[in-house]
Write a protein that binds this ligand. Structure first.
Ligand code: CO8
Length: 258
């Protein structure tokens, strides 16, 4: 499919999806949301893809939902449009690992999209925020929920109520991002992290993702049981035999996703 608001490249088993509405700082309009979901779904189904990187431009990952498109919407318009809801839930339904590579602004829906990915690598220029309160609304794709789980109540309340931005250093300290890298190195480091994941057994990688995500949905006892059962199940794979044999034979494993 030809996309107009995103650019998709597949390189060495990694699908790179780049948000591309430079004139609007990658604001999430309905077209872009639809295209991102299509690209993610295609990447998830593509046997050549083993990891996904979602990124924006140097200036903005995404400056939020498109305010110009939203401003005249009625309650019914917003309520009946499934697009925004589909975006957060849809990203979370993708089974392959997704890294958000964030440079510049990740605000409102932009911050929420980054948080719906599996982890965030931030450039030292990144700025995260939930400034919806300035527009007379609140976060709508997880900014009050995923952010709170990531950084705790104090910082989440601060950001959701004052609308202030968090810089990359604070975001790393608070646990919102996994690492901060110099802006010039963001794509190199993010693609390298994705390549590292792409070398693993896809069955194990998807299972690890599922187990970590399960920890947000359940009690510790149930989560530990889910993890243990998943661990047991991986002994039914050839990749487990290969991974352990490779260690013993002091060679690199050749995973075959079987
Ligand atoms: N929507 C539409 N256009 C935008 C947006 C946006 N979110 N952000 C920036 N733009 C546009 C600007 O209008 C401008 O276009 P133009 O040149 O045509 O006027 C262009 O991008 C460049 O922006 P600025 O000139 O403002 O650039 P600055 O460098 O001066 O400022 C900022 C950058 C600080 C990022 C500023 O643009 C800004 O504050 N943007 C809005 C941030 C914001 O409030 N985001 C939250 C939006 S609401 C939201 O995300 C809700 C999601 C949940 C929906 C769920 C529904 C169920």
């Amino acid at each position: 499919m030809a996309f107009e608001t995103i650019i998709v490249e597949i390189e060495d088993h990694v699908a790179l999806i780049k948000l591309n509405r430079p004139d609007a700082l990658n604001a999430l309009n309905q077209q872009l949301i639809g295209e991102v979901m299509t690209a993610l779904t295609e990447a998830d189904a593509n046997d050549k893809v083993r990891c996904i990187v979602l990124t924006g431009s140097e200036k903005a990952f995404a400056a939020g939902a498109d305010i110009k498109e939203m401003s005249e919407m009625s309650f019914a318009d917003v309520n009946l449009s499934d697009l925004f809801g589909n975006l957060g839930d849809g990203i979370q339904r993708i089974r392959k690992p997704i890294i958000a590579a964030v440079s510049g602004y990740a605000l409102g829906g932009g911050c929420e999209v980054a948080m719906a990915c599996d982890f965030i690598i931030a450039s030292d220029t990144a700025k995260f925020g939930q400034p919806e309160i300035n527009l007379g609304v609140i976060a709508g794709i997880g900014g009050s929920q995923r952010l709170t789980r990531a950084v705790g109540k104090a910082k989440s309340m601060d950001m959701n109520l004052t609308g202030r931005f968090m810089d990359a250093e604070e975001a790393e300290r608070a646990g919102l991002v996994s690492r901060v890298v110099p802006a010039k190195k963001l794509m190199e480091e993010s693609m390298a992290a994705a390549q590292k994941i792409a070398e693993k057994s896809l069955i194990a990688a998807r299972t690890a993702k599922e187990a970590v995500n399960r920890s947000f949905e359940t009690t510790l006892t149930e989560g530990l049981l889910f993890e243990r059962r998943s661990f047991h199940a991986l002994f039914a794979t050839e990749d487990q035999k290969e991974g352990m044999a490779a260690f013993i034979e002091k060679r690199e494993p050749q995973f075959r996703d079987k």
